[in-house]
Design a protein around this ligand. Structure first.
Ligand code: ADP
Ligand code: ADP
Ligand code: ZN
Length: 208
């Protein structure tokens, strides 16, 4: 899944993963789980995440390649939030090519920056299972409580407006070039992410 922070990658990745019976791999979720567990990786990642910067490629690439080689990934997987830089994409392409496989589809969810800032203010996340909600567009059944696992929902630290602006500029600078990268590879698919969640999901299913 490609797209700006808040474009709806996590929301859609979760639905596709469920529909296809394959794992949803979010590098952001892996980092947050490490921060919560107090690991060395978590400590390192937090420094960058809190200020809206990307975690360095040296840390991120190895971590992701380990994850996709776990047993549950044998039948495929959906990547959400990786790759985010050209070197990450190149390393992924190379690692997959060595195994005779490749990225089948890169789905870019397009949402203008103005909409993003509004969305992020209302995002609530489950610190336990990673599910995301929106106070207005996708409220949980019980206010403040995760539908999936019953945990209390939180506002992510990096979803404050100043950090969101920084993350958007990092996105345009470092991640947006991946659109051209995957277009050139012939696997780019684009959806209009300003539509409601169910419609975006239908559009993605049609593309796949
Ligand atoms: P969002 O879903 O809003 O785009 P994520 O949960 O994917 O946010 O990522 C949160 C933060 O985790 C990013 O701002 C960045 O600091 C870090 N991060 C996640 N994935 C990567 C990655 N592939 N490369 C570098 N940093 C990453
Ligand atoms: P990303 O993983 O790209 O950062 P999320 O899936 O976490 O994005 O979505 C960001 C916020 O916007 C969440 O609060 C989510 O519930 C909400 N959201 C996602 N898709 C839509 C949509 N199509 N319309 C309105 N709000 C949405
Ligand atoms: Zn939960």
């Amino acid at each position: 899944m490609l797209g700006a922070p808040g474009a709806g990658k996590g929301t859609q990745a979760q639905r596709i993963a469920e529909a296809c019976g394959i794992p949803h791999i979010s590098t952001g979720d892996i980092f947050r789980a490490n921060i919560k567990a107090g690991t060395e990786l978590g400590k390192k990642a937090k420094e960058y995440m809190d200020r809206g910067a990307l975690v360095p490629d040296e840390v991120t690439i190895g971590m992701l390649l380990d994850r996709i080689h776990e047993k549950d990934c044998e039948k495929g997987y959906i990547l959400d939030g990786f790759p985010r830089t050209i070197p990450q994409a190149e390393n992924l392409t190379k690692a997959l090519a060595e195994e005779g496989t490749r990225v089948d589809a890169a789905i870019d969810i397009e949402v203008p920056d103005e909409n993003i800032v509004k969305r992020m203010g209302g995002r609530r996340a489950c610190p336990k299972c990673g599910a995301t909600y929106h106070v207005q567009f996708n409220p949980p059944k019980k206010e403040g409580i995760c539908d999936v696992c019953g945990s209390s929902l939180v506002v992510r630290e990096d979803d404050r407006p100043e950090t969101v602006k920084k993350r958007l500029s990092v996105y345009h600078e470092q991640t947006e070039p991946l659109i051209a990268y995957y277009r050139k590879a012939g696997v780019l698919k684009t959806v209009d992410g300003t539509k409601d969640m169910d419609q975006v999901f239908e559009d993605i299913q049609a593309l796949l």
